[in-house]
Design a protein around this ligand. Sequence first.
Ligand code: MEV
Length: 319
Amino acid sequence: MKITVSAPGKLMLFGEHTVVYGRPCIVTTVGQRMKVTVELLDKPLFQLNAPDVQIESYQKPITNLGKGDISKGVRFVEFAVKNFGIKKGGLKIITKSQFNSSFGFGSSSAATVCVIKALSELTGKKLSNKQIFDLSYKTVLDVQGKGSGFDVAAATYGGTLYFVTEGKTIKPLNLPSLPLIVGFTGIKADTVTIVNQVLEKAKKYPNIIENIYTAIQTIVALARKSLIKEDFQTVGELMNFNQGYLVALGVSSQKLDNMINLSKDAGAYGAKLSGAGVGDCMIALALPSKVKLVKNAITKAGGQIINVKTNVEGVRIEA
Ligand code: MEV
């Protein structure tokens, strides 16, 4: 028995970093998907092929899941299977992503969600989206120790979500596809390292950082309303405010700043980094008449344009 499942990548629109500390964010999903095929085996083996992260013919006894030195590319899938729990036989898993794992689109979370969904179908357990979220989020925490879970929610539910830490609130926002322009810095960000750097700052300057988080929370609340009204000029202005606070948290970079500033000079309503910062992607919002100019500006600043459709379907069965 075999099944193929896919889940979308994500882009953080507002509220990165603050969402780790009990506050809300807004995340949208992208048309590029992670695809995972899971096949039940008679033998009690765990087999994995993940060519995008250079994992070929990885194999171990299913009783050894989670044990030993596990390479980064294997961890999320292996811990997802371990947490789901396989009673008998084994599994062969193949992952294939439509996007580069350096983009910060959340390939690990998307792969985790796909594995849990696939196992839920193959074993007839038919978990709800909330159960898929909970088990996938537990897996992400087991592997990396930190994270708000917004990326897991995006992969599970799809669309554009208003999300509060650990999935305390997960509310879909009914929106059309957003006119976003996405630029990749060419640099992969290490989320946990950057989250820890912000944490260090918060220890030294608790009041300042708390005030920044509160300001970002206000921005998220206004952005939610403006997005629903499709008032993209205000959404853009709020992106600029959010970016200013992310600079203050120290998570932007010269390259991101250049890509963002040149986008605005080229006529974007607003622009900001998206995700952990330092590297990964930036996003800009612009009128259709300005899109070409903004794309050229991002390219001039050394960024790579990634064409995405936003606000797409969450985890689904492909075959
Ligand atoms: C990283 O993409 C976004 C952060 O807010 C971390 C998280 O929410 O898990 C920095």
